[in-house]
Design a protein around this ligand. Structure first.
Ligand code: HEM
Length: 196
């Protein structure tokens, strides 16, 4: 079992802006400090941004989202929704619609988010509703990306991970948030070229 502890520290010389300090704790091992990146470095990591976005497209943390209609209303496509009706959309199912994402919709392909210069190209939140869309969209989206990119950049640079959960894909548990049945067992190895 391994987990990451994260805290924000104030900028130091050469690291403008807020800097995140990460500690990797592995079962039976001593905690290891893995120093994070500053905002500018993280902003330039387009492929990582695309890979995280693509992972959440296929496995959205909020796989299904329900809202109750307060008053009679009409959706943009003309569908009537009555007062008190429950409206649910599934970001998980939407990711698997060919008419939205093309014939390779079930494939993990970060490149679909990059333009020809390798720059991240966002999609409409109504096509990619992982953070919801409209006026009640997630307020923590940018913070969430900073945390995810920071952890991934620091950890993958120093360690390699191999899935040791057996054959096939891990099972999924659909609850308020999507999670993996029994976790995701990994063998963690320090990379030979690691600096720490
Ligand atoms: C990958 C991480 C995250 C995902 C996928 C996510 C997803 C979502 C979704 C789908 C909603 C809409 C819920 C609804 O009303 O039906 C939401 C709302 C919200 N999220 Fe996040 N979220 C994430 C991280 C965060 C973080 C880190 C924060 C705070 C720092 C945050 C703060 C909020 C708040 C305050 C709302 C309510 C917005 C409103 O109703 O006006 N979220 N988020």
């Amino acid at each position: 079992m391994a987990y990451i502890q994260m805290k924000s520290i104030v900028a130091s010389e050469g690291h403008p802006g807020l800097v995140l300090s990460l500690t990797l704790r592995m079962e039976g091992g001593l905690p290891m400090k893995v120093t994070s990146r500053d905002f500018d470095e993280l902003r330039e990591m387009h492929y990582l941004h695309a890979a995280i976005t693509e992972a959440m497209r296929l496995y959205p943390p909020v796989a299904m989202d329900s809202h109750c209609c307060q008053n009679d209303d009409v959706l943009p496509d003309g569908t009537f929704v009555g007062k008190g009706w429950q409206v649910t959309y599934s970001a998980y199912a939407m990711a698997r619609l060919e008419e939205l994402w093309g014939a390779d919709c079930e494939e993990f392909r970060p490149e679909r988010w990059l333009d020809e210069d390798g720059v991240f190209r966002p999609e409409s939140p109504f096509k990619y509703p992982v953070f919801h869309g409209g006026p009640r969209m997630c307020l923590g989206k940018e913070m969430a990306y900073i945390q995810m990119k920071s952890i991934a950049a620091c950890v993958f640079e120093r360690f390699s991970f191999r899935f040791v959960g057996g054959e096939g894909r891990p099972g999924l548990v659909f609850s308020v948030t999507l999670r993996m049945e029994g976790g995701l067992p990994m063998r963690v190895k320090k990379r030979r070229d690691s600096v720490c």
